[in-house]
Design a binder for this molecule. Structure first.
Ligand code: AP5
Length: 222
């Protein structure tokens, strides 16, 4: 299956993508994670991207597209993928459609937009903690780790993302509001868009997503 998860910062795209990955047997491909890995490795692309990420602005399309294209060419993405945080602009979406077409791959099956109001987003982002080692995600109130600051799965140290500072979050929300409408309209026109209420327990939201994918139980690779 080829799925895109859209939604504002903190809507739960990463949380849902990781659950879907297990359910559908196809990898999560998160543009933010790819960018953060490039920043950590201090590649030229990472150094350039960091200037935008620190401000809460979008990284230029050509940098993001390069990372995504390389990732989607890896063998584990051949039978499908869950795109998380990409595309972010209509230009990225159009390029994705064109690249899938040019490579002879199947087009997207569904685009899921997770809708969450701003006040809930601020609560979610301010409490988010991520494992430095395996990337597992927690929330200090909604989903706390068993041992404070340590990952339940690998005992790795938990950290708060640099771009989760209040000013940067506000900027990220403004950028989202300014850029998402054309993207949603693009996928609406293609008949691919499903909008999901993102309020509720992660398991309930997962059920809504699976319902929109027409998949309520079985594992599906294609
Ligand atoms: P990116 O990493 O993509 O961040 P984002 O879109 O802002 O989304 P987040 O990762 O903050 O949130 P999420 O929706 O994944 O929520 P999560 O599951 O973590 O992008 C970061 C930056 O990189 C951008 O600002 C930009 O600079 C750049 N970038 C990335 N992609 C780009 C692109 N395509 N083009 C250009 N630039 C790009 O959940 C949040 C918290 O809430 C967690 O603590 C979680 O435990 C909790 N939670 C989740 N679900 C629930 C629930 N149902 N109830 C209660 N709590 C919940």
């Amino acid at each position: 299956m080829r799925v895109v998860l859209l939604g504002p910062p903190g809507a739960g795209k990463g949380t849902q993508a990781r659950m879907l990955e297990k359910r559908l047997g196809v990898p999560q491909v998160a543009s933010g994670d790819l960018l953060r890995a490039a920043v950590r490795k201090r590649t030229a692309l990472g150094v350039e991207a960091k200037r935008y990420m620190d401000k809460g602005a979008l990284v230029p399309d050509e940098l993001v597209l390069k990372l995504i294209e390389e990732r989607l060419q890896q063998p584990d993405a051949a039978s499908g993928f869950i795109l998380d945080g990409f595309p972010r602009t209509a230009a990225q979406a159009e390029t994705l459609t064109a690249k899938l077409q040019a490579s002879g791959s199947r087009q997207l099956d569904k685009v899921i937009a997770i809708i969450v109001p701003d006040d809930e987003i601020v609560k979610r982002i301010s409490g988010r903690r991520t494992c430095k080692n395996c990337g597992a995600m927690y929330h200090v109130i909604y989903d706390p780790p068993r041992n404070q600051n340590l990952c339940n799965s690998c005992n790795g140290e938990l950290y708060q993302r640099d771009d989760d500072a209040e000013d940067t979050v506000r900027m990220r929300l403004e950028v989202y509001a300014a850029t998402m409408r054309p993207l949603l309209e693009y996928y609406e026109r293609l008949g691919l868009l499903a909008q999901i209420d993102g309020i509720g327990r992660p398991e309930e939201i997962q059920q809504s997503i699976l319902g929109a994918l027409g998949n309520t139980g079985a594992t599906k690779k294609d």
